[in-house]
Design a protein around this ligand. Structure first.
Ligand SMILES: O=P(O)(O)OC[C@H]1O[C@H](O)[C@H](O)[C@@H](O)[C@@H]1O
Length: 327
């Protein structure tokens, strides 16, 4: 049962001018969520609350993201699942003067964003046409009526965020541009808290993090190095990885029962958080359901959270992730 804060307007459906009829992309915007569906059946749903991607389905209708059955979709709390946007602080930062009073993961995920519009194009893989792609743009600024009021009062900077969600037949890209519209500099962190759906967490291996340094939040923030070639999940896992080299260098790949299923590539996002609450922690998270749902999810969270992004007045920061379906 979907809960809504306001009585929705009737959905509006429209096709896309500029594309041939057989390539019609379908849109629905009911003032609480935006849905886009490619002619081949892939779809994405974005809740305006938090600009949270709450569903990404392939052409067969198979869901790629994990969303808690107890997730609140009515704006009463951050969505448990999908892809919440973390800004301007990851976790909490009690010793950082600018963000010390903000709630966990900031306020982007608890603000109502504005839908700025949609655009379509032909996506390419190398030189091959890859069908239509659709891009949905969302905005949140310090002047927005939907800004979380409590959080905004605790972070009094002028800012602008543009968040874009791009769907192709084989991938989902989320990208963010943070602009400092203030006359003073500010520090921020950004992260895309992606809950990927898996069939059985005990059969999952995460590749692409070998030799990366990480902070182990389950072990009191100890600094470690990933010695095994693959990360496997056998208990509560909460690690902030900093892979060496350029963020664009190589994907983080989720392999399930020996079969690669997702490749996550990063653009200008230096960190990757790997999170699974496992049984005990899931038990204590009120909106986590079913309680054994930790078996069907793994969070792979690209972000810029290992250090502060210091933006001078007028400066911008841009980062993106692309999740590609494999196999
Ligand atoms: O419960 P939330 O505020 O949504 O946070 C969920 C999780 O987010 C990240 O993955 C952090 O690394 C975890 O420490 C945290 O538990």
């Amino acid at each position: 049962m979907v809960e809504r804060a306001n009585k929705p307007k009737p959905p509006t459906l429209s096709s896309t001018p500029g594309l041939p009829p057989q390539a019609t992309v379908t849109f629905s915007d009911d003032n609480s969520r935006v849905i886009a569906e490619l002619p081949t059946g892939e779809s994405v749903t974005v809740l305006l609350y938090g600009a949270t991607v709450i569903s990404w389905k392939d052409a067969q209708g198979d869901e790629k993201l994990w969303l808690s059955e107890a997730a609140k979709l009515d704006g009463s709390r951050a969505v448990r699942g999908g892809i919440p946007v973390v800004f301007p602080v990851f976790g909490t930062a009690p010793t950082h003067p600018q963000t010390k009073d903000l709630p966990q993961h900031g306020f982007a995920r608890t603000s109502r964003w504005e839908f700025l519009g949609k655009s379509t194009s032909e996506s390419q893989t190398g030189s091959a046409a890859n069908g239509p792609a659709v891009k949905l743009d969302f905005g949140l600024s310090s002047a927005a009526p939907g800004l979380d009021p409590i959080a905004a009062a605790r972070w009094p900077f002028k800012f602008n965020l543009i968040y874009s969600v791009t769907l192709t037949q084989t991938s989902l890209t989320t990208s963010i541009v943070v602009t400092n519209d203030d006359s003073a500099p500010f520090d921020c962190q950004v992260l895309m808290h992606t809950y990927l759906r898996v069939k059985d967490i005990t059969a999952v291996q995460v590749q692409g993090l070998a030799d990366a340094s990480y902070i182990d939040k389950v072990d009191g923030g100890a600094r470690k190095t990933q010695s095994a070639a693959e990360v496997t999940i056998t208990g509560e896992t909460d690690r902030v990885y900093t892979p060496a080299g350029d963020p664009g260098a190589g994907p983080v790949t989720v392999v399930e029962a020996g079969r690669p299923v997702y490749a996550v590539t990063r653009d200008n996002l230096s960190n990757v958080v790997v999170w699974n609450p496992w049984a005990d922690k899931a038990q204590g998270i009120a909106d986590f359901a079913p309680k054994d749902g930790f078996r069907n999810m793994i969070c792979i969270e690209p972000g810029a959270v290992g250090a502060w992004q210091s933006l001078e007045a007028g400066d911008a920061f841009e980062g993106a992730q692309t999740i590609t379906l494999l196999g």
